[in-house]
Design a protein around this ligand. Structure first.
Ligand code: B16
Ligand code: MG
Length: 216
């Protein structure tokens, strides 16, 4: 029986990928190479430092650790400027109704994100009260596709993995959920997320009851 839901943040609750893109692009521009929106797809769900490594590989650039840490810190400053301007109007369609339905049915709610900025984003979107627990980039050691973030989420909700559904937009996140023994729903294209128990474009027009039916 499903007793909990664990949500990824970027790409599931809000589209922060566009702000990550603009901030990384600023760095690429400074370093003198092209970074396209399609390149940005490779950074979804990936940690900040790993994202930087991918970006530098695209630009064929190499730097020492100290410089890389500075780049990442600067990128985060730029990213946070965008985040601080976000409003609850940017929450993806259907998300609030879905969270309200979960609350009314006493289904527990966790966040399972790679982002170190997750709490700032939830606060900015006025969503913190919906979450029973938040597991993010500040309290995990192993990045997705390792299941650590979701296992910690389930543990913190006092639930077993098989009692939870993970909602994820990144392939690595779906792999993490499967490895951890969770049911999972992919948010996005079936081409990318085909391993999920069910894939949908977003939460608009769907209910928790319907999803439970579909994944069984
Ligand atoms: P930060 P998610 C991920 O969030 C993003 O998809 C990914 O693009 C980003 O690099 C990562 O968070 C780290 O973010 O720099 O804020 O710590 O999809 O796991 O919610
Ligand atoms: Mg994501």
């Amino acid at each position: 029986m499903i007793k909990g839901c664990i949500f990824d943040l970027d790409g599931v609750i809000v589209d922060t990928a566009k702000y990550h893109y603009l901030a990384w692009k600023e760095l690429a521009d400074d370093l003198g190479f092209d970074f396209t929106k399609s390149d940005n797809e490779q950074l979804k769900g990936v940690s900040r430092m790993h994202s930087l490594d991918i970006l530098l590989k695209i630009g064929n650039k190499q730097f020492n650790e100290e410089t890389k840490l500075k780049f990442a810190e600067n990128k985060n400053k730029v990213y946070l400027e965008y985040i601080m301007k976000m409003t609850p109007g940017e929450i993806l369609p259907g998300v609030i109704d879905f969270l309200k339905e979960l609350k009314s049915k006493k289904i527990k709610i966790a966040l399972g994100s790679a982002s170190k900025n997750a709490m700032t984003i939830l606060t900015q979107l006025k969503l913190t009260d919906y979450f029973d627990t938040v597991i993010d980039g500040t309290n995990v050691n192993k990045a997705k596709p390792d299941p650590e973030v979701f296992l910690k989420g389930a543990q913190s909700l006092n639930l077993k993995p098989e009692e939870c559904i993970v909602f994820e937009d990144a392939k690595a996140g779906i792999e993490a959920a499967i490895k951890g023994g969770f049911k999972c729903v992919g948010i996005g294209s079936i081409d990318n997320l085909g391993k999920a128990n069910y894939t949908m474009q977003g939460f608009y027009g769907i209910t928790f009851g319907k999803i439970v039916e579909l994944i069984n």
